[in-house]
Design a protein around this ligand. Structure first.
Ligand code: FAD
Length: 312
């Protein structure tokens, strides 16, 4: 195992895609077609999320199996503690093991839809670190185990320093890489990475990037994760908010610029929250010259929206 951690620590830029299990059979088929196409972009791996409280959990296992064995994609399965009896966790790990999947992102999980807060029962894991420990005890080094990091706090803990202590516990329990919550302010992210390093966390940290497809979704997701949005992002997007194509163009430039800043800081792996859509992610990767089809377009070209804001 440890392939993902190694990919993320290389000096050559690499990237990965997150997908979630769709609600309908047609949605699943469409996603497989999209996965097949996105395979050609050359991701180091893809992730499949785990439905809150184990909803769609069988589908997650099936998609991991299909991606790994049929589409030949290095796959990482998310696995959560919320509403998961030990038996369900064992079954999911067994299925992942059998299909040749060697990567798990171990999470506490969102509370089930109908509950605001979740309390672990006797035969359940309470924190992600308990799940990490259990996977290590049961499977030795077979799985590369990722854990979640929060540069700007998470819903039930807003103190970033306490969260770094909890992150350290997850890594000490056997986590080999960290994937972050989405963010748009690169300075906050880089400061947080420096704090993690100072705290003795040495495993690769993979930034979670959310491309922009519509103005409404951009605002909703920023609001949902309570992440800081730099003022000039609002100033660039607000004037074009009713024109989806223009939002995608300006959004692409903003996200490309943030990714470039991350790469320039020496962090060489980018993880894209695709939201099961290909276009916005592909546009960003093309501009970063990271896809096979990218044709050498210079990414430091003057961007019209930046000029209009006096930023170039
Ligand atoms: P933990 O690290 O266990 O933390 C949960 C809470 O417990 C935090 O408030 C933490 O501060 C606190 N805590 C931890 N250790 C201690 C301790 N020793 N003492 C006291 N308090 C402690 N959710 C899903 O349902 N499915 C997914 O597929 C999914 N994928 C995700 C992918 C990424 C990259 C990220 C960032 C999040 C994802 N989530 C997913 C959401 C995640 O499950 C929630 O944010 C959840 O609330 C926290 O999960 P965690 O793994 O960070 O939990």
């Amino acid at each position: 195992s440890q392939k993902l951690a190694q990919a993320a620590s290389q000096q050559k830029p690499t990237f990965s895609f997150e997908f979630f299990p769709p609600k309908t059979a047609q949605g699943v088929q469409n996603l497989y077609d999209r996965m097949d196409r996105m395979h050609d972009l050359g991701p180091a791996f893809i992730d499949i999320t785990w439905g809150a409280g184990g909803r769609h959990s069988q589908l997650t296992c099936e998609m991991v199996s299909a991606a790994q064995s049929h589409y030949g994609l290095e796959t990482c399965m998310h696995l959560t503690c919320t509403d998961m009896e030990r038996e369900k966790v064992d079954s999911a790990l067994r299925q992942a093991y059998k299909t040749g999947c060697t990567n798990i992102l171990a999470l506490r999980g969102d509370p089930p839809r109908d509950q605001e807060k979740w309390e672990a029962k006797a035969d359940q894991f309470r924190y992600a670190k308990d799940l990490v420990k259990y996977i290590r005890q049961t499977y030795g080094d077979h799985f590369d185990i990722g854990v979640a990091g929060y540069p700007e706090g998470c819903e039930d803990q807003e103190d970033p320093d306490l969260l770094i202590d909890h992150l350290k516990e997850k890594v000490d329990a056997g986590g080999t890489f960290i994937v972050t919550q989405m963010f748009y302010n690169v300075d906050i992210f880089l400061d947080w990475v420096a704090k993690c390093r100072k705290r003795g966390i040495t495993v690769p940290i993979i930034p979670g990037i959310m491309p922009i497809s519509t103005h409404g979704a951009f605002l909703r997701r920023a609001d949902w994760t309570k992440c800081d949005v730099p003022q000039f992002w609002h100033e660039a997007l607000e004037p074009v908010k009713n024109d989806d194509a223009a939002v995608r163009d300006v959004g692409r430039d903003l996200v490309v610029e943030m990714c470039q800043k991350i790469l320039d800081a020496g962090i060489y792996h980018l993880h894209f929250y695709t939201m099961n859509l290909a276009q916005a992610t592909r546009m960003v990767l093309d501009d970063l010259l990271l896809t096979p089809a990218a044709s050498g377009t210079p990414i430091d070209k003057p961007l019209p929206w930046r000029q209009s804001l006096g930023l170039n």
